[in-house]
Design a protein around this ligand. Structure first.
Ligand code: DX5
Ligand code: ZN
Length: 222
């Protein structure tokens, strides 16, 4: 499996949340054929966000049927409690929310100890100071560009300062974590996000909703 450890490489990550779940196997194959780099899996528990999506067994079904890179986004209240099951399910990157009810540093340590990429996510309304203490312990910072819970929402421009602040600190400290955006990412907003430092672009509707997914992936990559 490729390492994906260059934060300057543009990575396109279609979100399975927006796929046609009645044809899931074909949709995943379509995403892999489209030239995308990662598959983004939005796990929702109905507590941390006002929606429920899927759990470890769903993730395991995908990771055991396609050799790809799985970027698992845990929008759940207790990521520490479920961590081992998502690691066992084959996540390549596991992103947890700073706002959730857990010992963030300990969760990030456990993810890395398992040899999995450690991601930290922040909601649009969360102050950047909440994630700053952890930037030295992560492989990826996810700046949510919509309120988490649903696909198909409008990109929130007011989240862009989070990217520029993180990029500045990363540069100053010589760190190398990826900068990911998720929510309302289309060709135009992908360009805005890239201009502010994002290199991992999650797209649900823009990717799976496209008739020509390869063209959509190319457009997102810029
Ligand atoms: C929000 C989800 C969405 C999904 C992509 O909780 O994380 O952002 O990945 O949504 P769209 O369809 O806006 O790309
Ligand atoms: Zn997501």
């Amino acid at each position: 499996m490729r390492k994906f450890d260059d934060p300057n490489e543009i990575i396109v990550a279609p979100s399975v949340l927006a796929a046609d779940w009645s044809r899931l196997a074909e949709e995943v194959a379509r995403a892999i054929r489209s030239g995308a780099d990662w598959l983004h899996l939005d796990v929702m528990d109905g507590h941390f966000v006002d929606n429920i999506s899927f759990g470890p067994q769903f993730v395991q079904t995908l990771t055991t049927t396609n050799d790809f890179f799985y970027d698992v986004h845990l929008m759940i209240e207790r990521p520490d409690h479920y961590l081992d099951r998502f690691i066992k399910a084959g996540a390549d990157n596991l992103t947890v929310h700073v706002e959730a009810d857990h010992d963030v540093a300990e969760t990030l340590r456990r993810i890395r100890a398992a040899g999995v990429g450690a991601g930290l996510a922040m909601r649009p309304e969360t102050d950047f100071s909440r994630v700053e203490p952890y930037l030295g312990q992560i492989d990826l910072l996810l700046v949510m560009t919509v309120v988490p819970g649903f696909g198909g929402q409008k990109f929130m421009m007011e989240t862009m300062p989070n990217l520029t602040a993180a990029r500045k600190i990363r540069q100053a400290r010589g760190w190398r974590f990826h900068l990911e955006v998720d929510g309302g990412v289309y060709e135009d907003t992908a360009r805005t996000a890239r201009d502010h430092g994002a290199n991992v672009l999650v797209a649900g509707t823009a990717a799976f909703g496209a008739r020509d997914m390869a063209a959509a992936v190319r457009a997102l990559r810029g």
